[in-house]
Design a protein around this ligand. Structure first.
Ligand SMILES: [Zn+2]
Ligand SMILES: [Zn+2]
Length: 128
């Protein structure tokens, strides 16, 4: 029951919510729910492959309701994640990782940099 509410909440976000953002939204629906319950359920859903855990350069884990192959533009200033599609990236040849005993299931390319909003803000600050 709780799990379904948590999953529905994640699916309503359209842009890579952090665990904290998900918790805030779940709390509106399940008053009194424990933060650890929400976090544990998110990890569980990610392990089941219902959502994916998008890796993040900062300390905050982000969750992604989109399972199909796509990539991300990650802003190093505001930590925002944007979905990014590119045929060339979709066709990347996955290197052989068997020497590491590692089996690749999936990949996402993260292009890291500064988003438009942050660039415009910085430009304004510079011209002050
Ligand atoms: Zn930004
Ligand atoms: Zn995504």
């Amino acid at each position: 029951m709780q799990r379904r509410v948590i999953l529905e909440t994640v699916l309503e976000f359209d842009n890579h919510p952090s665990a904290d953002q998900i918790f805030d939204a779940v709390e509106d629906r399940l008053p009194g729910v424990a933060r650890t319950t929400v976090y544990r359920t998110l990890d569980h859903l990610a392990r089941m492959g219902v959502i994916t855990k998008a890796c993040h350069p900062g300390r905050v884990a982000r969750f992604d309701p989109r399972l199909e192959l796509h990539h991300h533009l990650v802003c190093l200033r505001c930590n925002e994640f944007f979905d990014f599609e590119d045929d060339g990236l979709n066709e990347l040849k996955i290197p052989d990782t068997s020497a590491f005993g590692f089996e690749v299931n999936d990949y996402r390319v993260q292009l890291r940099g500064i988003c438009q909003t942050c660039r415009e803000r910085e430009k304004k600050e510079e011209s002050k």
